[in-house]
Design a protein around this ligand. Structure first.
Ligand code: C2E
Ligand code: MG
Ligand code: MG
Length: 541
């Protein structure tokens, strides 16, 4: 590993002038005070010690010898009386000066070495033994100031910390050390820096342009690694940023490589390049998440209701409650986007409570107006698994004396197909308590008709994707089979996103039970729905 540079404060020329000048001054004083017999010769220690400070043993010893000789045969003991020095005298003095020069030089060298060590340790990560973030930021600054172009690569082992904490610390340590060895082969040890316990940064100075080493590393870790008796699959996310010059701070450059790897799934290995849109997206995420937290207290959330039509008797069977966010002048955000963000930031429980409270209030109001219909509510896996939320919901519904069979929960196929046994148990229990269960977005999850039989439900909502393509024979056949299968199990089918008469016609032929979509109505505000409801009733009647 290269020695860290020490700051050279005094230029070499100045040092020489200083030593030469001070030595000359001493000799002049000695000469002017009548020779080496006086104490003034001791002043010669000043340039010797200075020189030992500047150049260590070498410097101290050479100035000592030079001074010893100049103040020896060339300098009389007493000038006015012309008394010369005895050889034994000046040689002994030369030896003493030499010893002092060497010892002081050695001491200064030792101090410098200790200093360097302290400095070096501040730049090395004790966990990995390679450079740390301090050194990285320093090196980046130098490169940016010089106008170099380079690639910065950040490699994050996304599941390593968990392994280290919960499985075996030695394992995590071994993985990171092996990774460093691999990277060292491609980039050299001086190009590697570690950040935290699970991240390695590389400044690619090779100028090769390709990422062969990184690709090899990803290849190596694409299968499970075995260390002692633990087998584990390490996931590596690699972020790459190519610095092309321009005014950026070291921290900004470093962050861009880290922003890059935030793309893709958290535990999915891969190489990701920095794109400027990523930062915009992230900024937007923080803006949305910040204001989302305040949306309820600012009264910005509200519900709309989309009717579902029962095709068997052409009635409005129920409505789906859908959330909306009125952001005023700010950019609108679609519900699927902010619902996902609410999940990420732990706001989903409040959001779901808001929906359930408002939808059930609305049901009570409508019942009083003679609108007796069911209402479905979208629920995420988190609420379903949250005992506290379930207790709260039970009390809320019981308190309003709502018939439980008019409440339907919509849970996406992705959630139920995750195979979580607890989710299936909860769905069973809910049906046992009289609630209805819908599998939303059916066809977009990972289910097969083989496993759907294991899931407790009342309705399958076929995703809009299939309805849009129902004109195609192979899709029509698929939908027909799904419908027949569900009917065989005494379940019902709801078609989502029905927009045209043609779609409706095909769905009727296939004996689909219910439809929901713009063909009949968009999601409506309560008053709009009331008008729709009575007009629909009137048209029928
Ligand atoms: P989803 O539960 O599948 O809701 C159906 C979506 O399809 C709604 O979008 C609805 O407005 C839209 N839609 C219905 N018919 C048509 C049609 O004919 N054409 C087109 N193009 N679209 C149609 P929306 O309201 O934007 O909601 C999107 C997703 O956001 C929902 O999909 C649901 O997953 C989620 N979401 C909405 N409200 C809530 C909520 O209160 N809680 C939770 N957890 N999720 C919600
Ligand atoms: Mg839904
Ligand atoms: Mg859906």
């Amino acid at each position: 590993m290269e020695e860290p540079e020490r700051e050279q404060k005094i230029p070499e020329k100045l040092k020489i002038m200083l030593i030469g000048g001070s030595a000359a001054l001493v000799f002049y004083i000695v000469f002017a005070t009548n020779g080496t017999q006086n104490v003034y010769l001791h002043l010669i220690y000043i340039p010797i010690i200075l020189s030992a400070y500047f150049w260590g043993i070498k410097g101290g010893l050479s100035v000592a010898i030079l001074a010893g000789i100049l103040a020896g045969p060339f300098m009389p003991l007493n000038i006015s009386e012309g008394i010369r020095q005895s050889t034994g005298n000046w040689i002994t003095r030369l030896i003493i000066l030499g010893i002092v020069g060497s010892i002081t030089g050695a001491l200064f060298q030792k101090i410098e070495k200790l200093n360097n060590e302290i400095h070096r340790r501040g730049l090395i990560s004790p966990l990995t033994g390679i450079y740390n973030i301090n050194k990285l930021l320093g090196d980046l600054k130098k490169k940016i100031d010089k106008g170099d172009k380079f690639k910065i690569i950040s490699i994050k082992l996304t599941n390593l910390v968990g392994v280290g904490k919960y499985v075996e610390h030695k394992f995590a340590e071994t993985v990171i050390k092996e990774l460093i060895t691999e990277l060292e082969r491609g980039y050299g040890r001086d190009a590697l820096y570690s950040f935290g316990e699970d991240e390695i940064i590389v400044i690619d100075r090779t100028g090769r342009g390709n990422l062969k080493t990184i690709e090899n590393v990803l290849e190596k870790y694409s299968t499970a690694v075995q260390i002692e008796n633990i087998t584990f699959r390490v996931s590596l996310k690699v972020g790459v940023y190519e610095y092309e010059g321009g005014s950026e701070t070291p921290v900004q450059v470093f962050n861009k490589a880290r922003i890059a790897y935030e793309q893709g799934e958290e535990f999915e290995s891969g190489i990701y390049y920095y794109l400027s849109q990523l930062e915009d997206r992230k900024r937007e995420f923080f803006e949305i998440s910040g204001s989302l937290l305040e949306s309820i207290s600012r009264d910005e959330l509200y519900l709309v209701y989309q009717p579902k039509i029962d095709l068997s008797d052409n009635t409005i069977s129920d409505v789906e409650a859908l959330i909306r966010w009125d952001r005023g002048d700010r950019k609108p955000v679609a519900p699927d986007v902010f619902v996902k963000i609410a999940e990420d930031i732990g706001f989903i429980k409040e959001l779901s409570k808001f929906v359930l409270r408002n939808a059930t209030d609305q049901m009570v109001k409508w019942e009083k107006m003679g609108i007796e219909i069911g209402c479905s509510i979208n629920i995420t896996a988190r609420e379903l698994l949250d005992d506290d939320f379930n207790e709260w919901a039970k009390r809320e519904i019981a308190g309003k004396k709502i018939d439980r069979s008019t409440i339907e929960i919509e849970i996406t196929e992705r959630v139920v197909s995750s195979g979580n046994k607890k989710i299936l148990d909860i769905l069973h229990a809910m049906r046992g308590n009289g609630y209805k269960v819908s599998i939303d977005d059916f066809g977009t999850g990972y289910n097969s008709l083989m496993t759907i039989g294991e899931i407790p439900f009342d309705f399958l909502k076929i995703d809009k994707y299939f309805i849009d393509r129902i004109g195609r024979r192979e899709i029509r056949e698929l939908v027909k089979n799904i419908i027949n299968y569900a009917h065989g199990l005494n379940k019902e089918i709801v078609a989502e996103g029905v927009e045209t008469e043609d779609e409706l016609h095909v769905l009727r032929e296939l004996e689909c039970d219910r439809v929901q979509g713009y063909y009949y109505s968009k999601p409506l505000l309560p008053e709009e729905f009331e008008t729709f409801y009575f007009e629909f009733l009137g048209a029928k009647g």
